[in-house]
Design a binder for this molecule. Structure first.
Ligand code: 5CA
Length: 437
């Protein structure tokens, strides 16, 4: 993509309304545009990141055996009257009337709808276990939308719902999601700590929040420093290996980590004083096990192996996909801008032509651009080098290929790694090999 053709509107000034760094950088780097309080349009670079985050979430859900569906954003009120949550949800729910005066709402979550859909088909224990998820926009009329997409009113969520015959079965489903979440965040280069959590309006007893440690986070958290060094990438637990997954879950959850609401001073005092950490964090995921809280009132039941009707045990599992984009910036930036991890970068490379119009510069830039058509932004603007460096740093592409007249005459490219600041001059072929490795 040529910058002279792209819609990548960067801002020089820091927008006054943005209080935290991710919000400032999302506006300055042209990722999002607020259209009303807590509601944002995603511009090309922002959308590409959102899609990459979404795809990692999707792949790990699929790997854990969940199946994707897509439910609508608009829901009928009667589903929520059945579960008893229509009144409980209060002002956070955006209520709408259609032309026939039927009460509708913009979905804040989908427990009721998925239970109703599943109920229409499931008849026997052979229809269990199942896990269905979707990645869809939600609306919550937050009292104080703030920090950009971190706490928006309209936001993109992945929500999965598990159905099991037995409590043991549903605990296994819960642990499958627990592991899938650790893998998901790790693939994005984030350290997420699973913490015992309060269940709030979703309900149930067993619940974990996945928290990214960051000073600007809204949650106060207490955790064992052991979490700081853990690596889930090599966790070889099979998805269907019930005892192994249980052992893994117990090992991880034996380490102390809790949000403020669930903090237990007695247990905390048992943690080695040198390992106690207290800080702020961003909740990027939240999982719940709530048994028959929805299946019973919504009339979901299946015939068990003995023919007796059973209400399936359920859990729900959320990831804040749009919030993750902001959390990723909180975790990866410096004073000049964003430092995208490779896995989620909008484009892998930016090609900086330091002298547009110089035959050697133009030719080398064109050649590199042609070699990576989908993964590079070619800064072909007739601007000063300083402007190009600043914009590339602000937008945070993992690699910059800096091409000036002297290097170009010798067929050389200078590669800069945004994450570390390292720069190295090399031949075109070497640079291309590095970029496409
Ligand atoms: N039904 C359950 C699980 S599917 C549920 O709704 N859980 S939740 O309320 O905890 O939301 C799931 C995730 O969505 C949260 O962990 C958070 O990352 C994200 N989220 C929640 N509210 C917002 C918001 N206002 N703006 C951005 N992301 C949000």
């Amino acid at each position: 993509m040529r910058l002279t053709r792209a819609f990548l509107p960067t801002l020089k000034e820091t927008p006054a309304e943005a209080q935290i760094v991710s919000h400032r950088l999302m506006l300055r780097a042209g990722l999002i545009r607020q259209t009303s309080a807590g509601i944002y349009a995603w511009l090309p670079a922002g959308l590409r990141v959102l899609r990459k985050v979404e795809q990692i979430v999707r792949e790990e859900q699929d790997r854990a055996g969940a199946q994707e569906v897509l439910m609508p954003t608009i829901q009928p009120a009667d589903l929520w009257q059945k579960s008893g949550r229509y009144d409980d949800y209060g002002k956070e729910m955006l209520r709408i009337k259609d032309r026939h005066e039927r009460e509708m709402l913009f979905g804040p979550t989908n427990e009721e709808m998925i239970t109703d859909i599943f109920r229409s088909y499931a008849t026997s224990y052979r229809d269990l276990p199942r896990n269905l998820y979707h990645i869809q926009w939600k609306f919550r009329d937050e009292v104080r939308p703030r920090f950009g997409v971190m706490r928006g009113r309209e936001f993109l969520m992945k929500d999965a719902y598990s159905f099991d015959l037995t409590k043991e079965g549903s605990e296994h489903s819960y642990r499958q999601m627990f592991l899938a979440y650790l893998r998901t965040f790790q693939r994005m280069g984030l350290k997420a700590v699973p913490m015992r959590a309060d269940t709030g309006p979703i309900g149930g007893k067993l619940s974990h929040e996945f928290i990214i440690l960051a000073d600007t986070g809204e949650s106060t958290v207490f955790y064992d420093s052991k979490f700081e060094g853990l690596d889930w990438g090599g966790t070889e637990v099979g998805n269907d290996d019930v005892p192994a997954l249980k052992a893994f879950f117990e090992e991880v959850t034996a380490m102390y980590a809790a949000t403020e609401e669930m903090h237990d001073e007695a247990a905390w005092s048992g943690v080695d004083a040198a390992s106690r950490r207290e800080g702020k964090g961003i909740e990027v995921g939240h999982i719940f096990h709530f048994g028959t809280k929805y299946s019973e009132p919504m009339g979901l039941s299946v015939a068990g192996p003995d023919g007796v009707a059973v209400a399936p045990q359920m859990g729900s599992y959320g990831i804040g996909v749009s919030r993750l984009v902001a959390a990723l910036i909180e975790a990866n930036h410096d004073e000049n801008g964003i430092k995208w991890p490779d896995a989620v970068a909008p484009w892998k490379l930016s090609i900086l032509n330091l002298k547009v119009g110089d035959a050697a510069c133009d030719a080398l830039c064109e050649k590199l651009h042609a070699a990576m058509p989908d993964d590079a932004i070619y800064d072909d603007r007739p601007d000063r080098a300083g402007v190009k460096f600043a914009d590339a740093d602000l937008m945070g592409f993992p690699w910059q290929a800096i091409i000036g007249p002297r290097g170009a005459a010798a067929g050389k490219v200078e590669l800069k790694r945004r994450m570390t600041g390292e720069r190295e001059e090399m031949s075109f072929e070497e640079a291309l090999a590095k970029l496409t490795a």
